[in-house]
Design a protein around this ligand. Structure first.
Ligand code: GMT
Length: 384
């Protein structure tokens, strides 16, 4: 198949999922064209992966350069020149609307599009009155809609009152790539005296409550010799760093910024802290679990669909810093408990969310969408 993928190229779960999906599709022999505002993090173009940058012309008259129109135009152009079978957009706003426009521009040629909902496109931005009407319209116009958790599917039905079917296809992780890092020297570089390692991975937006990560770690550090690694960057970085100084743990905290190979860092950690106010899924927790890192997270959104409390991770209420610190310390103080739960975490990732289980669900969806739209897909049966 020839697939056009649009996602946000910046640090964020939906961009990661869109990018990893394209890479996995190319590994299975499909031709993938990324159409994005800049090269997505984690993407490396190859024989079957092309990247098309959306050029936005600025003009003094434009207070806001119309990126959406440039994206729709680019989608149609790439569809024409590369002979795309379909478009798959990640994050409804504005990608779904742009795909709708591109499909219209291509008529009478069929160019179906699939919208994958990721979270804040529904729970935060989509329900804002500025965007609700057009988001609902684009979801309804999509040839197929998927959500990355049951929670998000139900929330979309509830908030948007749409009638079309939303299929749940869970997020995924490549369990060959995301695994425990074998190199002890790498762990020692952060924890030279055998300290335990706590990790956090996010875009440091307010919804992630990054300052609470520092609060939790400060409590844990009083009980267990440990280090905190923070991967990512964003608006709450400064507040988190300031708090680390204030709580006296700055010397034990590493702000690593945006990293390409997060699996290498996750693979040396013991516990992941994810105290988010909302997570439609919690991809960071899944990536950590594949690396045998036990998540201590909040019981929000789709997280309970991923983490089973007390078995492969711990869940607490939003803002319950003492409980999360207690779970984390308990894990770090008990080698048996940590070993048992990290094994269970990896098992969950492998048995329920591995690429080998989830990617075929997308391939199957693509096939169904193409059949329903009457397009003739360029299938290679050995890879599909
Ligand atoms: O969490 C973010 O701020 C980024 C956001 C995105 O769309 O890039 O993440 C959402 O999509 C991820 C991938 O599907 C999910 O794992 C996250 O839970 C979800 N974030 C929220 O719902 C807050």
């Amino acid at each position: 198949m020839k697939i056009g993928i649009t996602c946000y190229p910046t640090y964020g779960g939906s961009g990661v999922v869109g990018t990893e999906l394209g890479i996995e599709m190319a590994d299975r022999g499909h031709e993938v064209h990324f159409i994005c505002s800049s090269m997505p993090m984690r993407l490396r173009p190859s024989k079957l992966i092309a990247f098309h940058e959306v050029e936005v012309m600025s003009y003094p008259l434009f207070q806001y350069p119309p990126y959406d129109l440039a994206l729709a135009t680019q989608m149609a152009e790439v569809a024409e020149s590369a002979g795309l079978d379909l478009l798959h957009v990640h994050y409804a706003i504005p990608h779904s609307v742009c795909a709708y426009l591109a499909r219209g521009m291509m008529a009478p040629r069929k160019l179906p599009f699939i919208t994958t909902l990721h979270g804040t496109d529904i729970t935060l931005v989509g329900i804002n009155s500025s965007y609700l009407g057009i988001t609902r319209f684009a979801i309804e116009q999509s040839d197929s809609v998927t959500a990355i958790s049951r929670y998000l599917r139900d929330k979309t039905y509830e908030e948007f009152e749409i009638k079309n079917n939303i299929e749940v296809i869970y997020n995924f992780v490549n369990c060959d790539k995301y695994r425990r890092t074998a190199n002890p020297a790498y762990r020692q570089s952060y924890a030279p005296d055998g300290e335990k390692i706590v990790v956090h991975l996010s875009n440091f937006r307010p919804v992630k409550r990054v300052t609470e990560v520092v609060e939790i770690f400060a409590l844990v550090h009083e009980k267990v010799p440990s280090k905190l690694l923070l991967i990512g960057d964003g608006p709450d970085h400064a507040a988190a760093e300031h708090l680390a100084h204030k709580r006296g743990v700055h010397d034990h905290t590493f702000f690593l910024g945006k990293q390409d190979n997060v699996e290498e860092i996750l693979g040396i950690a013991d516990v992941l802290l994810l105290p988010s106010e909302m997570e439609a899924f919690g991809l960071a927790a899944l990536e950590a679990m594949a690396c045998e890192v036990v998540p201590v997270a909040t019981r929000v959104g789709g997280v309970p669909e991923l983490v089973t409390h007390g078995a492969d991770g711990f869940l607490a209420e939003v803002g319950d810093v003492p409980a999360m610190a207690d779970y984390c310390a308990r894990l770090l103080q008990s080698p048996d408990l940590l070993a048992e739960m990290s094994r269970a975490a990896r098992q969950t990732a492998m048995n329920r969310f591995c690429t080998s289980l989830i990617i075929p669900q997308y391939e199957n969806l693509y096939r169904r969408v193409l059949e329903a739209s009457g397009s003739a897909p360029a299938f290679n049966q050995s890879t599909c």
